[in-house]
Design a binder for this molecule. Sequence first.
Ligand SMILES: [Zn+2]
Length: 961
Amino acid sequence: MGHKACPAVKPGMLNVHLVPHTHDDVGWLKTVDQYFYGAKNDIQRAGVQYILDSVVDELVKDPARRFIYVETAFFWRWYREQDEATKATVQTLVNEGRLEFIGGGWSMNDEACAHYNAVIDQMSLGMRTLYDNFGTCGIPRVAWQIDPFGHTKEQVNLFAQMGFDGLFFARIDYDDRKKRIEDRNMEFVWQASHDQGSDGNLFTGVLYKHYSPPPGHCYDVNCNDQPIMDDSRLKDYNVNDKVADFIEFSKNKSKAYRSSHIMMTMGDDFNYQAAHMWFKNLDKLIKYVNARQAEGETVNLLYSTPSCYLKALHDSGLTWPSYQDDFVPYASDPWAYWTGYFTSRAAQKGYIRKSNNVCKQLTALFQTEDMTSHPNRVDILRNAMAINQHHDAVTGTEKQPVADDYVMRLSEGTESCQQAVNDAFSLAGLPKQSFCNQLNTSSCDVTEGHDQFVVTVYNPLPRAVGHWVRVPVTGLSATVADGDGTVVESQLSPIPEEVLRLPGRTSTATYELVFRADDLPPLGFRSYFVSVSASIAVSQHMHKAPRQAPLSNGHVTLDLDPASGRLARIRTDSADVAVNQTFMWYHGYGSDKNDPWEPQHRPTGAYVFNPVADAIPIQPKDVVILEGPLVKEIRHSFAETWVSQVTRLYTGEPYAEIEWQVGPIPTEDGVAKEVISRFTSDISSNDLFYTDSNGRQMMERQRDRRSSWPLNVTEPVSGNYYPVNSRIYIRDAASQLTVLSDRSQGGASLASGQLELMLHRRTVQDDGFGVGEPLNETAYGAGLVVRGRHWVLLSDPAEGARLHRDLAQRVFMAPQLSFSVAEDTTVEEWLSGPAPKQFTGLNALPVNVHLLTLETYKTGQLLIRLEHQYEAGEDPELSQPVEVNLQDLFTTLDITAVEEYGLSADRPLMEINRFDWNYNTTASRQGGKQEAGQRDTTADLFMVTLNPMEIHTFVADFQTL
Ligand SMILES: [Zn+2]
């Protein structure tokens, strides 16, 4: 569309841009399908199909009317079932700027709990769908995050790289809003990248109160405000009151903003099911307010869109303030810190993370899917993942049946993708593989039910890695042979008691076979032949060890307190600190007795974390130390049987692994419990700590402080919680203690030397923000049990980034196991058989480069994203720019042509042309990158230079070698 279709504004007046909109959650109180159809209206009167039907009818009636649509997951469902005539009408409305796509992601993703890889994927899915069907007129120009519960810097950087001109959102801290209104700082340029200079800038506007219409002016079928009654011969004529009220509200609001324009969001959740009501009243409102101009009134109402409003701001030529921090955590009042959702539904969060890399690279490498058929098998998971990034999905703030629906979609998507992966493996020459999706409970049919099987370990990373394979077995000894016939050292580790008694676990396995799959090739696999025997090989079994001696794996040494057996000290090659770690739990406000609550005693719930006091330690009980040749374990049990953990030192690794298990959290006593793992050290971190932003840029956090307003500390615990997508660390001049997580969690440092992560929570009361039920997950008749991992790193701070950048990718893109039965085969027959024992799809990339994306784009084309995974200054060597030759990437494919695209992969980078803004800045750190679109076209097109934190997106033509 461009901006040609933007309505004329009136100079010298306050132009009020009325933006008709609907906020359509891709699942919350109802499932995404129920919302689409308008099913279960007893839960919520909401049917998206009627909204789109009705809006299109109303837009056709009057070319002045405008409407924005945001959630592509819904739009696409609706559009594909329209007849050709309606589709043509919609095309016209889009081409003329009357129906405008805003946001444009498949869902409006959450920012605190969503990993950047998943954000990019879900935005790309939505934006590509729009571009492919509507061309340049379908490109959303404005990012629209009006409901997510806090806003992160990396999310905004990603939006900038996707070509957006601006961003609007509603939810910021109540005191921040107050100050921004006073200072007229509601609109500013967010400098969202430490490293990418103006390429990471995005104009950002905070909505005045929320995304609702002004009070008294909701004209929706779901609202109870009075319509405009404008026949003076009839009763209740109210035009004068309505007009005066709207003008007054507009003038008050404009005091918070700097230009002669304001934007008025005219709509709300699932509004416009009967669009006629809205538009008829808005037509009248515009008519009667603007009629006052003849009497000297200076307010001018117009139908508009966020991008037309943004253009008006840009045309104003004003110089804007700037901002470099972020907007987490979010508090809606002094006792409502929305920091519980960082951890809510910990199992679902883990499953979402795990589903990210089930299938993309291999299916692209082998071109298993017909890209002309939709959905293909990969699309099903892509769609499920995109829906799961919604701000009531990955957040865990949905009703239980909706959570079940999200998980079911991931499960269906995973199975479908695994079929596609099986085809890829088959094209590589492997027999049919089983994937054993229950390995998180140490269960697997193939390895438990058969004496001989082949384990294939696939590495999705672009460089060789080693991986510790753990597979459940029922035998008492085992032999592992690699593809050369060499016996690989292995050991048997007894499955912890707490895992054996997991509710619902039916496995008969009592041991896990552990071995190291070494040197797994980039984007490749190795297979191992395993024979299990019922006879005992004593050498393979782990032995109990005394608790006095330190445990070491060659790089990490753990000293234990001789009396309690608990961790007392961590020593590595470059640091040595006292550290203890324990489980604790917070007693949350609220009770199942339905006591009346006051604001300062708001119940802790799905959104809000509201502890009564500091955390209560869970006393340790037993410690058992098991030593084997490959791994040493400290098994801790506690006074409460619903927590346990195993600390592992794998030979030669730079980390200690803590596998935690929490649940069923008892709430029979009527007390909400929120369980944390707290590390206390003698590191002098004072009040500083560091958390990642969407798994990417690192953010410095200061306890009890915000960068842009004086913090009134009402909640010393939950007000200091931040989202941890992948890592949190503290440091002083000598030491850095980093904890990597395998899923999103809340984290904090509540005292110098301390850091904690919230693992799991169960509440007894609703917290009053709409979901209408306590966060009370159950399975098999008891509270849900969750099992996850932390990798604990201790180093000199100078080595911190080198360790956590690499290891975070190893957690995120962990090698994947698959299995085939080999019962009637000898190892010799397997070795001489046709199946490849290893495969390499990629020539290894430099260690500071990540292969973020490898997917089939369109038939015969690949989508490739390469990422520099270090920030400037993090590491003297690895933070340097790095070159990659795209023609050298693959072992089985030859790249023949390449074009650089914007981050969302919808259009070539050359087509992206963003607004420039005038702004004042105090930022000390500016990236040195040349502007987007300025790549030297005379240079070798296949050579890519990656500067710190850059992601380059390519669509490549290829030939199979
Ligand atoms: Zn929402």
